[in-house]
Design a protein around this ligand. Structure first.
Ligand SMILES: C[S@@+](CC[C@H](N)C(=O)[O-])C[C@H]1O[C@@H](n2cnc3c(N)ncnc32)[C@H](O)[C@@H]1O
Length: 262
């Protein structure tokens, strides 16, 4: 068998105990100096991470995953890894008491996954978005964002999700759009608003209304460019029993514990 130069190099390096891999520098890449300014003393713990061994990674294109993922892929800003976790955690939470919510809907891609998962349930899916893009970023926490970024038409999302009557679209600015929903209980909330202030508003609203075992999933907790999201989550959970679980995808989740230790 004839090996290409690339394969020869890969084989040789593997025999020597190394793995050569091209580092992807996507939208979230920021130079080290900016990273240090944004993340402070945690800067050494921000890293471009790859697994050491081959692992089962259905998000790279396994048919089971693609069946649900593919239709939404072009409508979401997330990547397959984050999509996989969102889908998997939502599949779990559908069995808990309480409704579902997403804050930060954009073009409706991630909401469409949630709709498909909830089809067989009696839950409501609340979708919260200004549809005018981001609110005013906090200069300290959100220096990489502009007001109005990621605006998307609400009508297009309504059209996309028209087959799912259990969807309630709450168009407008957070936290005002939570008004009137004080008595609700939630099994799952996907929080994807990127900025410090609305992320904190989401924690304040959802955490007390989350069923034990329920999940808050924060989409961009681990990315230095969205450090405001992490700052808000860490601030809110500093005096709570739950610690946000940072994940290899850059997301973090909080699983609500029962009020008493067992
Ligand atoms: C990253 S996008 C959401 C992406 C979407 N979940 C997906 O995966 O495709 C962030 C969204 O948050 C919304 N947003 C940001 N700040 C907001 C606020 N204060 N009130 C309401 N919506 C807000 C923006 O309009 C935008 O659609």
């Amino acid at each position: 068998m004839k090996l290409s130069v690339k394969e020869c190099c890969q084989t040789l390096s593997r025999r020597l105990g190394y793995k050569v891999q091209r580092v992807r520098r996507g939208d979230h890449y920021i130079p080290h100096k900016m990273l240090a300014a944004q993340t402070g003393e945690d800067a050494p713990y921000y890293t471009e991470y790859a697994t050491r061994w081959p692992i089962f990674a259905p998000w790279v294109g396994h048919p089971d995953f693609l069946a649900l993922y593919q239709e939404s892929a072009a409508l979401t800003l997330g990547d397959p890894e984050r999509g996989y976790l969102l889908i998997s955690l939502a599949r779990y939470a559908q069995y808990l008491p309480g409704d579902f919510a997403e804050c930060g809907v954009y073009r409706g891609g991630s909401a469409l996954w949630l709709c498909k998962i909830l089809q067989e349930t009696s839950k409501t899916l609340y979708l919260f978005d200004s549809f005018q893009g981001l609110s005013k970023p906090d200069p300290q926490y959100d220096p990489y964002f502009r007001e109005g970024q990621m605006a998307a038409p609400a009508a297009a999302v309504q059209q996309l999700l028209r087959a799912f009557p259990f969807v309630t679209l709450r168009e407008g600015w957070l936290p005002e759009t939570f008004l009137g929903l004080e008595s609700k209980r939630y099994a799952f909330a996907h929080i994807d608003v990127d900025l410090y202030k609305p992320t904190l508003d989401c924690c304040i609203y959802f955490y007390p209304r989350l069923t034990p075992g329920g999940i808050l999933l924060f989409d961009e907790y681990g990315f230095p460019s969205t450090h405001g999201e992490k700052a808000a989550v860490d601030e809110y959970f500093a005096d709570k029993p739950e610690r946000p679980i940072a994940m290899i995808t850059g997301q973090a989740m909080v699983i609500k514990v029962p009020s008493q230790r067992a």
